[in-house]
Write a protein that binds this ligand. Structure first.
Ligand code: GDP
Length: 519
């Protein structure tokens, strides 16, 4: 049990705790955060899935010493990547498990993330307002997955809530501040002189009027307008002056306190999600070079235009047709990363998705050109395309599909791979004959007595029975006999008896065309 000591009671809040929320889809993460935030973000989400990671800070009882920052982590498995990062950035992780549904695949996955994270877990059993829920069983199942709850052999706090009615939410918020107090959160690590703050990028979007915007959460130090922002892009360290900082609601703010989230506007590049960024007093890239290099975030940088062109040309040379080439466009850097991650995981035998180009923003003529060059299809998630681009795509025979729900997109890609991996069989005629007579054997099978006119009639091959140039039936040749002898095939000029696997209403004079299937 987490207990407040006398010292805890009197201590002022250290850093504002950063809290991430994990759990299976539909277990109520958005509803709980929504209740806490007291706004209704849930209703504007396509498909009911939170599609963007964002961050907000609340003050409990309007008490500035009791503030909590929540990272609003997306729920669908397509967002594994962000959830993992969310779990690493946070001080406290809430694991939401619906009382009526219990431990599900993403619960298990979240428990795994929690086990590998330094963040303190709190288990939140949600939907306790529903009738006939077996909370004790849910807890046992969680313990069986290796999270030792308090009162059940461990010390992980557990709280029962209803995101719908708000029951238990004040207790949850109290528990979060208590855990934060007991943990005595401090700035994470000391920063070298000249560097005033460190933050994580949770989301990067391209905005028509404000330029590139990155949602960040500050884990060390404070950020003031007019400071310098340092980050890594394509392996290069870039430092630029911060043009403005806005709150999640779009209000201009002068500074951002440690543990809080905000948005930096007017950045010259889209900074990859999950990157560490630094706030500097002066334009001194040398100061952060060692910090950024050691994190090896270069591999996470967005694909460059050169890369795209190179990959198209490489791809054309060694395309063995075992890949589905795609160009992907998303509304934000976060969803793009998640989509890329999910697409790369889809495999069907040796068939896989090959992303030839990706980007943030609406689908443009350039994307269509890319797709045409690389024989790719264009997939858009939460983006549009103007009429002229639509026409341009049609003219160039490029397939464009847009989606509002990420798993619909993934489903369709899986279907497309299924189609690709099913061998395309071609029928090749190997011979034909004419039916001279018919008779029925004692076991009831119908024998077609044929004279082979051209090529061969072969056992196990597909055949069509044709009358007056029209197919009247099709089947497979089950057996071929010449006289009494069973043979594999009968050749041109030979008389044979064949039995088909289907009963076709044949007549003397009908023709039998025999085919083999080849890839
Ligand atoms: P998420 O995918 O984990 O973010 O789940 P949502 O917050 O979108 O909730 C999924 C569904 O469960 C929605 O229909 C919610 O109205 C419902 N829900 C969430 N919390 C509760 C709760 O405490 N009680 C009940 N009865 N329903 C809830």
């Amino acid at each position: 049990m987490v207990k407040r000591t006398e010292k805890d009671k009197t201590s002022v809040q250290g850093r504002i705790p950063i809290v991430a929320i994990l759990g299976h889809v539909d277990h109520g993460k958005t509803t709980i955060l929504d209740y806490i935030r007291k706004t209704n973000v849930q209703s504007c989400e396509a498909g009911g899935i939170t599609q963007k990671i964002s961050v907000f800070t609340v003050a409990i009882d309007n008490d500035p010493s009791k503030r909590i920052t929540f990272i609003d982590t997306p729920g669908h498995e397509a967002f594994d990547l962000m959830r993992v990062r969310g779990g690493n950035i946070a001080d406290i992780v809430l694991l939401v498990v619906a009382a009526n549904d219990g431990v599900k695949p993403q619960t298990v996955e979240s428990i795994d993330i929690i086990k590998h994270s330094s963040a303190k877990p709190i288990v939140v059993i949600n939907k306790v307002d529903l009738p006939d829920v077996d909370i004790a069983k849910v807890k046992r199942d969680i313990v069986n997955e290796g999270l030792l709850l308090e009162g059940m052999g461990g010390d992980i706090p557990v709280v029962e809530v209803s995101g719908k009615t708000g029951k238990g939410i004040p207790e949850l918020l109290d528990l979060i501040t208590l855990v934060a107090e007991v943990e005595g959160l401090q700035d994470r690590g000391k920063l070298p002189e000249g560097i005033v703050a460190k933050a994580f990028v949770l989301e990067s979007v391209r905005d028509k009027t404000r330029g590139n915007i990155s949602s960040i959460v500050l884990v060390t130090g404070n950020l003031c307008k007019g400071s310098w922002l340092g980050y890594s892009k394509d392996g290069k360290v870039i430092v630029e002056r911060i043009k403005g900082v806005i709150s999640e609601d779009g209000e201009n703010i002068c500074d951002l306190q440690c543990g809080c989230g905000g948005k930096i506007i007017g950045i010259s590049n889209l900074i990859p999600v999950g990157s560490e960024v630094y706030i500097l007093e002066e334009n001194q890239p040398k100061l952060i070079e060692p910090l950024l290099k050691s994190k090896n975030i270069e591999s996470e940088t967005a694909i460059t235009e050169d890369d795209i062109f190179n990959s198209i040309f490489d791809d054309q040379q060694d395309n063995k047709d075992t890949q589905l080439n795609v160009v992907i466009k998303c509304s934000s850097q976060g969803s793009l990363e998640a989509l890329r991650h999910s697409l790369e995981k889809i495999k069907k035998d040796e068939y896989k998705v090959n992303i030839v180009s990706d980007g943030v923003g609406d689908i443009s003529n350039k994307d269509i050109e890319m797709a045409k060059l690389s024989k790719a299809i264009v997939l858009g998630f939460d983006v549009g395309m103007d009429k002229s681009t639509e026409e341009f795509a049609k003219k160039n025979g490029v397939l464009v599909r847009t989606y509002q729900i990420i798993y619909k997109l993934l489903e369709e890609v899986e279907d497309a791979l299924d189609m690709l991996s099913t061998p395309k069989q071609v029928e090749e005629e190997i011979g034909n004959g004419v039916i001279k007579m018919m008779f029925i054997l004692s076991d009831g099978s119908k024998v077609l007595g044929c004279r082979v006119k051209e090529g061969i009639l072969k056992r196990d091959c597909k055949c069509y029975v044709v009358r007056n140039d029209e197919i009247i039936g099709e089947g497979r040749i089950q057996s071929v006999r010449i006289g009494k002898e069973k043979v594999n095939e009968a050749k041109q000029g030979e008389d044979c008896g064949i039995i088909l696997d289907t009963d076709i209403d044949c007549m003397e004079g009908d023709e039998v065309y025999c085919y083999k299937l080849s890839k």
